[in-house]
Design a protein. Structure first.
Length: 352
């Protein structure tokens, strides 16, 4: 199935309580598949096409406040519209899952794939000092797997998580093993597992108030310091990445999502020509695998960061390397996807 379809099936099987979205290419199949599957008749999951992206993210905000497992999806311009609500979720410490199947920009741009929303996802696309747990799938299987992972991490840290895919991963078709069904939590289970949720006052339960507003600057600073401590904990425990043939590599490729797939082919072609290329694929774009990259920096002669953008993740790579080795960028723009030969040519022109 398509990557978008895998997201929808995985959400139903996870026991998600609700999906609120709005159609936009190239991610519309997520909502379309949910509508076709009619989970409200089986698991009780609510699926609603909101009147706008703004409405959708605020429905997520309301559902998350009730301790429900809720999600939304969109593509680049639509995710931009959701940013205020995303900041509210982070500021209120509410778990939710956001899916961005990226398309080219800026503006309305193109419906072709891009990775130009990296900054938005990992630097906090809305206002204030906050972070999203950002997962970058490189296959249809990971599109399915990261629904559970994203929800689990969001609830573990009471922080929104985002699956940052691109149009290639959303639209490509591959075999996928879907996760088993797990039941939705009952209200009593939510009260027990998520005592912060606003489910109404009841004997023995607190009358919870959830808000991102604090007019006392001293208390607002305390809130922010608590957030930053949580982010440091996430950075300590939740970094995920994949290393492919890095041990004996002369040069290192760093890429995420669909570009990591292309770079695997680059490795094969390079090996046939006697050139040893390693590949490090960040799976969590935040927290970023800075330590893993730093540990490889002194072992290779150069690093090429391959992205479908003008150069975004390269900034985090350079920070990790800290001048240890030359770091350069190769990317295509406007929805054009490079061939493995183009990337290999860039390696040779840059380093050889």
């Amino acid at each position: 199935m398509k990557g978008n379809e895998a997201i929808a099936h995985a959400a139903i099987r996870y026991g998600a309580d609700g999906y609120f979205g709005y159609p936009i290419t190239p991610q519309s199949e997520i909502m379309e598949t949910l509508m076709e599957e009619k989970p409200w008749e089986t698991t009780g999951m609510v699926v609603l096409q909101a009147e706008s992206e703004l409405a959708a993210i605020n429905m997520v905000y309301g559902g998350a406040g009730c301790g429900k497992a809720v999600m939304t999806s969109s593509s680049s311009p639509g995710v931009s519209l959701k940013q205020e609500g995303v900041s509210y979720l982070a500021g209120t410490e509410l778990p939710a899952l956001i899916v961005n199947v990226m398309r080219g920009g800026p503006g309305l741009g193109t419906i072709q794939p891009s990775q130009a929303d990296y900054f938005q996802a990992v630097k906090g696309g809305g206002h204030g000092d906050y972070k999203l747990i950002a997962l970058a799938p490189a296959s249809v299987q990971e599109m399915a797997d990261f629904v559970k992972l994203g929800f689990d991490l969001a609830f573990k840290y009471r922080n929104p998580a985002i699956i940052l895919a691109d149009g290639i991963i959303g639209q490509m078709m591959e075999k996928v093993v879907l996760p088993p069904f797990q039941p939705r939590l009952t209200e009593e289970q939510i009260r027990e597992a998520r005592p912060w949720a606003t489910l109404g006052k009841r004997a023995g339960h607190h009358n919870n108030i959830l808000t991102s507003l604090e007019l006392d600057p001293a208390r607002m600073e305390e809130n922010n310091l608590r957030f930053q401590a949580k982010y440091r904990e996430i950075e300590e425990h939740e970094v995920r990445y994949e290393e492919i043939h890095c041990a004996e590599a002369d040069y290192l490729l760093i890429a995420f999502g669909s570009m990591a797939r292309i770079c695997q082919k680059v490795q094969e072609v390079a090996a046939e020509q006697g050139l040893k290329l390693g590949l490090l694929r960040p799976i969590t774009l935040w927290p970023f695998p800075s330590k893993a990259i730093a540990s490889l920096a002194h072992k290779v002669k150069g690093i090429l960061v391959v992205e479908l953008n003008a150069g975004q993740m390269i900034e985090d790579v350079r920070l990790a390397v800290n001048g240890e080795v030359k770091v350069e960028h190769f990317g295509r723009l406007g929805g054009i996807v490079p061939t493995p030969d183009e990337v290999l040519t860039a390696v040779k022109k840059t380093f050889l």
